[in-house]
Design a protein around this ligand. Structure first.
Ligand code: SAH
Length: 347
């Protein structure tokens, strides 16, 4: 018995050949493709301009393992956190973050995470598996539906800042972005997409070689190897020096924006000396922005968010030294939807 193929792994040309092969018309491929990538059908039954027989035939020959919406929670700041279920019963989360001008979807790239960043809730979950490209795409499509239903607006931005390390699921992340940006699908500009990484130097260079067109964020969080090793074990094999080199290569090849993310942890990385070390790293990277992130509490993790004064002193010091710095207030904290809080819990 042959294994049924995922129909979304099949391109339009192959679909044409398939329809011809079963004695039907080639243009059915265009109709089916539209259902899959424009109208975001999640079952063959929805494909109403195909005959019942043809829909049955498709479901005999292919599978359509779309994700489904499991639960949604609404924060009092307008953020929506959704939990999604995969065809094989895994759970993962995506977040819709509205601001005055933007409607941003934050999506997951893996179920759980293999990195063990000490301050992150997802980092304490086991990595179960990578998400397939269509499962990443589905999150964007479902969050877009939600954005239209609630706010009457399409998504304007997408950040790969949910569960998982995108650069450890490289192929699927790139393929999902191909689909999101394709003119016969969602047609979103790659300039509105940001992939965030804890820092996999080799894959950052690969992004450069692949001449990708989206933006990159590095979760730096500490600016010396000693400190970074302590809070982000991935730094032991991807030192700051390697990351600086990889980011320069990425920029040289793509000229895309690079942002540094820096979560402020009280007494850990928020002194003026830490700010000076950050300035030293900033000067060696072709970046124009440091996003200082508020630490979001995670139960069982002993870190504390830096106080208002420490945050102010830290960011003032950066600004005085001509670092373009922005403080990112967290969103969706009341429903554990903020950065680093995604762990499939219903708050
Ligand atoms: N693995 C990728 C994608 C996750 S993005 C990466 O590390 O970049 C999620 C962002 O939230 C990262 O910058 C991460 O370091 C940060 N983060 C993790 N835990 C956090 C917490 N408790 N409070 C605030 N930010 C956190």
């Amino acid at each position: 018995m042959s294994v049924k193929r995922n129909i979304r792994e099949v391109d339009q040309q192959q679909l044409k050949e398939y329809f011809e092969g079963i004695g039907d018309k080639k243009f059915r491929a265009i109709q089916a493709y539209e259902w899959l990538w424009k109208k975001n059908a999640r079952s063959f039954d929805e494909m109403s301009n195909l005959s019942l027989d043809l829909r049955k035939r498709l479901s005999d020959d292919f599978i359509l393992p779309a994700i489904t919406l499991d639960t949604t929670q609404h924060s009092n700041d307008g953020t929506f956190k959704s939990r999604f279920k995969t065809y094989d019963g895994h759970l993962m989360e995506g977040v819709l973050i509205p601001t005055e001008k933007r409607f941003t979807a934050c999506v997951s790239s893996q179920i759980g995470c293999s990195l063990t960043c000490k301050f992150c809730a997802t980092g304490r979950m086991e990595r179960k598996r990578n998400l397939n490209f269509d499962e990443i795409y589905d999150q964007v499509a479902l969050l877009n539906d939600q954005s239209i239903a609630v706010y009457g607006k399409n998504l304007t931005n997408i950040v790969y800042m949910g569960m998982g390390e995108p650069l450890l699921n490289y192929k699927n992340v790139l393929k999902s972005i191909d689909k999101i940006t394709a003119s016969d699908s969602m047609a979103m500009s790659p300039k509105r997409i940001t992939v965030s990484t804890a820092g996999v130097a080799k894959m950052i260079k690969q992004l450069g070689d692949d001449k990708v067109r989206f933006n990159l964020a590095l979760s730096l969080h500490a600016s010396t190897d000693k400190k970074r090793n302590e809070i982000m074990p991935i730094n032991e094999t991807n030192s700051i020096e390697f990351l600086i080199e990889a980011l320069n290569y990425f920029y040289q090849q793509t000229k895309n924006d690079i942002t540094l993310e820096y979560v402020l942890l009280q007494g850990q990385n928020d002194s003026l000396e830490d700010a000076d070390e950050l300035i030293t790293v900033y000067r060696q990277i072709p970046t124009h922005l440091v996003n200082v992130i508020e630490y979001n509490p995670v139960s069982g993790i002993p870190y504390i968010k830096s106080g208002e004064d420490a945050t102010q002193n830290f960011t003032d010091h950066l600004a005085k030294n001509n670092v373009n710095v922005r403080v990112r207030r967290s969103r969706g904290k009341d429903i554990a939807a903020a950065c680093g809080q995604l762990a499939n819990k219903v708050a």
